[in-house]
Design a protein around this ligand. Structure first.
Ligand SMILES: [Zn+2]
Length: 217
């Protein structure tokens, strides 16, 4: 019988334990003697280029690739499990590739940050989450107040980053921390963006019919 493939997406803010969860799933597959290949986006050169590094120092060897095409070229036909780190940096072609691999009976494990520092959906992550069979959304702990945190705070020279600062600034003096929605800050949010949002909220309030208990009251 053909194996049943699947796509698992592990997402969340930075410092939520995404890499640790990916490593746990990969290790489990290895114990079951599955053939595993681990890839990561080459942009992520935090530590060694051939390792999926986690913040607690646990490492797994991973192949750095610059795009989906490079990744496809490295997949061996008898691999059972394909794990991909830093998925938010990949191009759109990664989405249909994950679907294709799962259709072929492979287990696909994809980890990535789901929101950028502006709290906007990050790259292809929403699409990956939509086609996934399983989404594991992890939360970090807010460094300011200690409550659960879903957002990544970006600090440039110790100050909250501005809205218009590029999302990916390789080699810059950036600092990131996990924060909850109350403590998360972005400077210079465009007025147009705020106005558009407010308008949308108002329209939604007008269009939403009242709950039945409100009607009877
Ligand atoms: Zn907080």
């Amino acid at each position: 019988m053909k194996p049943l493939g699947q796509i698992t997406v592990i997402c969340g803010s930075m410092f939520a334990g995404k890499s640790e969860e990916l490593i746990r799933l990969v290790r489990r597959a290895m114990y079951a003697r599955k053939k595993v290949q681990v890839f990561k986006h080459a942009l992520d050169d935090r530590f060694e280029r051939t390792a999926v590094a986690t913040h607690n120092g646990v490492q797994l060897s991973a192949v750095p690739v610059r795009n989906t095409r490079e990744l496809i070229a490295q997949i061996e036909p008898d691999t059972d499990v394909i794990a991909i780190e830093e998925a938010q940096f990949f191009d759109e072609a990664l989405v249909p590739l994950c679907v294709e691999l799962a259709d072929l009976g492979k287990t696909v494990i994809v980890a990535g940050i789901d929101q950028d520092f502006r709290r906007q959906p990050f790259g292809i992550m929403p699409h990956l989450m939509a086609v996934a069979d399983e989404v594991v959304k992890l939360r970090a702990i807010c460094v300011v107040c200690g409550r659960p945190a879903s957002h990544t705070q970006r600090l440039v020279d110790g100050r909250p980053a501005s809205w218009d600062e590029p999302t990916i600034l390789v080699g810059a003096e950036d600092h990131y921390e996990a924060r909850c929605r109350n403590c998360h800050q972005v400077r210079k949010v465009p007025q147009a963006y705020r106005k558009r949002l407010l308008k949308r909220v108002r329209r939604a309030q007008q269009e939403t019919p009242p709950y039945p208990e409100e009607q009877s009251a």
